[in-house]
Design a protein around this ligand. Structure first.
Ligand SMILES: NC(=O)c1ccc[n+]([C@@H]2O[C@H](COP(=O)([O-])OP(=O)(O)OC[C@H]3O[C@@H](n4cnc5c(N)ncnc54)[C@H](O)[C@@H]3O)[C@@H](O)[C@H]2O)c1
Length: 275
């Protein structure tokens, strides 16, 4: 696996690095021998985690406290990465928020905060690291969107709208920056248990009800998403650009299957099978 992905010594920047998914992504890149740059807001967690990964995998790490929505902080982060490692090979945009509210109760401030972090933050970070990748004439970007960027996640304010924006932003970057040797792709998770979604899985009935909706009949694990991220970050996906990879166990292709039929859909087909 290590050789197949060829991620050794690649300089990888992960935003939202100490969140549920970011923690798994940075661990898996570290296990591949990458040089891992951890970006997030939470200084203590970042420093602890950067040291942990360096000690465990014998790799170089760099912890950077930067707010993804602040252009000056992100530009300073790029400068620090380049001063330390001389280049940046991979950017994984993960830093986002999910807040619940019916639309009619959502304040414009709350809407703007979600747009600012989930969409503007991804743009600011991609543009800043993208300029460096353009200079290098190489680089790979993986943006964490969600299936909720295709199908509306009700009662979650601007979340779906921002994540739909990320899908188009990624394609635009692929179309404009492909000529500079840059690839831009999205991973679209859904139904994954992380700290962000943990509350949904504390009730076993809710857990069961959710699994039932998925083609693969299980809830996603962090490694399911991380495997997709590492693949899209690696040269193994070298001809994949502007793609949207749904990692949802087939949840999003189940709409027809959700429509009830008398006796159940499978039984109905068995009973009406004309040979
Ligand atoms: N958890 C799920 O089920 C699920 C499903 C689909 C998509 N996603 C997406 O996966 C990604 C990660 O989700 P998660 O569950 O790890 O979330 P999380 O809340 O555990 O982690 C998010 C991280 O981003 C950081 N962050 C927030 N605002 C920031 C800012 N302005 N600047 C820098 N860092 C900031 C937070 O400090 C946190 O460490 C998100 O993009 C989310 O939309 C999650």
């Amino acid at each position: 696996m290590t050789k197949w992905l060829n991620l050794q010594d690649k300089v990888v920047v992960v935003t939202g690095a100490v969140g549920g998914m970011g923690t798994k992504f940075t661990e898996d890149f570290a296990a591949q021998g990458s040089k891992v740059v951890l970006m997030d807001l939470l200084e203590d967690k970042l420093n602890t985690r950067a040291k942990e990964l360096a000690d465990r995998y014998g790799i170089e790490t760099l912890a950077i406290v930067a707010n993804a929505t602040k252009e000056d902080e992100v530009n300073a982060a790029v400068a620090k990465v380049v001063a330390t490692f001389g280049r940046v090979d991979i950017l994984v945009n993960t830093a986002s928020i999910l807040r619940f509210s019916p639309l009619e109760d959502l304040s414009v401030d709350e809407w703007q905060t979600a747009v600012d972090i989930n969409l503007n933050g991804y743009f600011i970070t991609s543009q800043a690291f993208g300029k460096q990748m353009i200079k290098q004439k190489s680089g790979t970007m993986v943006h964490i969107s969600t299936v909720a960027g295709i199908f509306p996640e009700t009662y979650s304010g601007a979340y779906s709208t921002t994540k739909a924006g990320v899908l188009m932003m990624s394609k635009q970057m692929a179309a404009e920056w492909g000529q500079f040797g840059i690839r831009s792709n999205c991973v679209l998770p859904c139904l994954v248990e992380t700290p962000m979604s943990h509350a949904f899985y504390t009730d076993p009935e809710v857990q069961k009800g959710r699994s039932r909706l998925v083609a693969s009949k299980r809830i996603g694990k962090l490694e399911d998403i991380s495997n997709a991220v590492l693949y899209l970050a690696s040269d193994r996906s070298d001809y994949t650009n502007g793609a949207e990879l749904r990692v949802d166990g087939g949840l999003s292709i189940m709409m027809q299957d959700m429509i009830p039929k008398p006796g159940g859909r499978r039984q109905y087909a068995i009973d009406h099978h004309q040979k």
